[in-house]
Design a protein around this ligand. Sequence first.
Ligand code: HEC
Length: 170
Amino acid sequence: MKITKHRLSGIILSISCAAIPAASVAADAPAKSAVSVVSSKQVERGRYLVMITGCNDCHTPNFLVNGGKTPERERLIGGTLGWRGPWGTTYPTNLRLYFQNLSEQMWVQVAKEIQRRPPMPYFSLNAMSEADVRAIYKYIRYLGPAGVSAPSFIPPDKEPPKPYVQFPTQ
Ligand code: HEC
C-alpha cells in the first residue's frame, strides 16, 4: 500500500512536469515560475540576437538610416520599401504578425529550411543553432503583434511603386 501511494505521487509529479513546456508555449506569461525565468532569459538572448544579426535592418522601417534609433515597440513591423532586382520586388515581412500564426516548433522547422528571395539572408537563419532560433521566437512573441502586413511580392516584369531600392540587374 505504501509503495502504491509513493508511486502515485511519482506519477503525478511526472505528469505536472510534462505539462510545463506546453503551458509555457501557450501562455508566454510574465516571469513567475522557474519556467518563466528561463523564458525571460530567452527573451533577452533573442533581443541581443535580433540586434546583432541585423533583422531590424530590413524588417524595421528606416532602421538603417536612423542609426538603429527606432523604439523597440515599433520594430520588426515589416516595410513598404521594396527591394528590386532580377528576382522582382520583395518587401520585408511584418515579423510581429508573422510570428503570431506560428508555433515555436514550426518556427524551429521553418528556420532550418527556409529559403526566400533576396535580400533575405535565409542562409543565416539556416545556420543558426536551435537554441538561438528559439530565443528569437520568444523575443518576437514577447514584442507582440503590431503594424500591418507588408505589400505582396511583385514579379520582375512589373514596375513597383516608389520607393524601392534598385539592385544591379547584371
Ligand atoms: C537585407 C534585408 C533583410 C535582413 C537583414 C533580414 N531579412 Fe528577413 N526578409 C527580407 C525580405 C525582403 C523578405 C521577403 C522575401 C520574399 O518575399 O521572398 C524576408 C522574409 C523573411 C521571412 C519569411 C516570412 C514569410 O512570410 O515567409 C522571415 C521568417 C524572416 N525574413 C526573418 C528574418 C530574421 C529572423 C532576420 C534576422 C536574422 C531577417 N529576416 C533578416 C529581408 C531581410
